[in-house]
Design a protein around this ligand. Structure first.
Ligand SMILES: Cc1cc2nc3c(=O)[nH]c(=O)nc-3n(C[C@H](O)[C@H](O)[C@H](O)COP(=O)(O)O)c2cc1C
Length: 153
C-alpha cells in the first residue's frame, strides 16, 4: 500500500471544500492501493512526511506568501526529512484572492531545497471563487493517487 499525504491549510469554507475535494479525488473508489492521510499543516510533521510516498500541499496566499501554517510545517519538517525524502513526488494548490505567484515562488524555493520532485505544475486558483476550483483540486489529487498506484510518479 502506498501513501499519499495531503497537507492543506483551510481557514475558510471555500478552502475547506478544496481540502475535502483533494481527499475525495485521492480516495477515488477505483484506486485501491493508495491510502490517503489528510492533515492540517499544524497537525503534520516530519513523521508524516517520512511515512508517505507522495505529498500534496495546499495553502492560501496571505500577504504575498504561503500561509503561516504551511510555513510552520516546513520549518519543523525541513531538516528532519532533508536526507531521507529527496525525490519525493509533490504537487501544490494555492487559493489566492488576487495573485498566488509569491506563494508559488516561495514553495518552489523550499521544494528545490528539499529536492522533492514536482509531478504536476502548481495549481493557482485566484480571483473570485469559482465552483470549477473544486473539480480542479479533485482532479489533481486523483491524478496523483492514480500515478502512485500505477508506479509512474
Ligand atoms: C490577511 C490576509 C492576507 C491576504 N493576502 C493575500 C495576498 O497577498 N494575495 C492574494 O492573492 N490573496 C490574499 N488574501 C486572500 C486569501 O488568499 C483568500 O481570502 C483565501 O485564499 C480564502 O479564499 P476564500 O475567500 O475563497 O475562502 C489574503 C487574505 C487575508 C485574510
Amino acid at each position: 500500500m502506498k501513501q499519499l499525504l495531503i497537507v492543506a491549510h483551510a481557514p475558510s469554507p471555500n478552502t475547506l471544500r478544496l481540502r475535502a475535494a483533494a481527499e475525495c479525488g485521492a480516495d477515488h473508489p477505483d484506486i485501491d492501493a493508495v491510502s490517503v492521510v489528510v492533515k492540517a499543516p499544524f497537525d503534520a510533521g516530519p513523521d508524516d512526511v517520512r511515512a508517505c510516498d507522495a505529498i500534496l500541499l495546499g495553502t492560501t496566499e496571505n500577504l504575498g506568501y504561503m500561509s503561516g501554517a504551511l510555513k510552520d510545517f516546513f520549518d519543523r519538517s525541513y531538516y528532519p526529512v532533508l536526507e531521507e525524502k529527496q525525490g519525493l513526488p509533490c504537487a501544490l494548490y494555492i487559493r489566492a484572492g488576487l495573485d498566488g505567484t509569491g506563494t508559488r515562488r516561495a514553495v518552489e524555493s523550499i521544494v528545490t531545497g528539499l529536492r522533492w520532485r514536482w509531478v504536476q505544475e502548481p495549481l493557482i486558483l485566484h480571483g473570485e471563487w469559482q465552483e470549477s476550483f473544486v473539480e480542479k483540486v479533485e482532479e489533481l489529487a486523483m491524478a496523483m493517487a492514480a500515478g502512485l498506484e500505477a508506479g509512474i510518479l
